[in-house]
Design a protein around this ligand. Sequence first.
Ligand SMILES: C[S@@+](CC[C@H](N)C(=O)[O-])C[C@H]1O[C@@H](n2cnc3c(N)ncnc32)[C@H](O)[C@@H]1O
Length: 255
Amino acid sequence: MEPYSKAYTSISKAKKYIEERVSLRGLVVIETEVKAVSQLMEKVNSKEVVVELGIGSGAFGFNLMNNKSVNNYIGLDSSLAMLSMAKKNLNMVFRSLKPNVDLVLGDARYLPFKQASFNGVISIRLISHLSNKYVVFKEVSRVLNSRGFMVFDYYDSESLLALIGAQKEKRGDFTNLKELQGCINDAELSIRGSASAFLLGLTLYDKIPEILLKPLKLFDSLFSQLPFLRRYATRKFVLITKNIDVPAPQTLKTS
Ligand SMILES: C[S@@+](CC[C@H](N)C(=O)[O-])C[C@H]1O[C@@H](n2cnc3c(N)ncnc32)[C@H](O)[C@@H]1O
């Protein structure tokens, strides 16, 4: 098991993560993530998300479901502790709506699903931290059907935050488009769109007083739209799809 994955296996660590995720700061972050992912899903015109890799407690996934009124969802996670939290949250969040959610214990690198089973895969706050990203994309490509898409995020090593070293201790978890593009292409997937968020980064969200969260969020969402600043944002969200088969060139008839 990767060190990153181990960090979520105990109940106490899982609880600590969840506390942070449902704090006022955490909720601001989730709202921004849901907005970025929803925007990218519009491009493939799909409400259908089927699997979330690394669903954790469902803090992101259940909010996305609410936002896009998705009714069928499979949440996969390698930590039983996180999945048990997700189960509790599920009952709390969707008391009356009762969507169809299955929670599955499993590893994103070895998906327990048949090939071409799904149209949509989402993964938030996971892939950037795994050392063998190539294997994950290969697995995603295997389980997606021919119209399938995936939306995931990463922490950009070329962002302002990484460049000034503000997240030095977490630098190993940062990656960049070049590294990802190699893995994505090898898995026969293609990048179709991207979105950016958190120009000032999560570190500042952690440090500033809550009263400044909303103005900071507004600042980030305005400036993340400007192409020349967008590249410096900490979090990048990417839409990828299966490679569409290029038709074979027609044979020229000779008379
Ligand atoms: C930072 S949490 C993100 C949870 C959720 N996506 C969210 O945004 O609230 C990362 C989650 O990925 C899970 N995880 C770590 N390694 C994994 C792996 N190899 N396969 C599946 N899940 C994994 C962890 O147990 C944890 O629940």
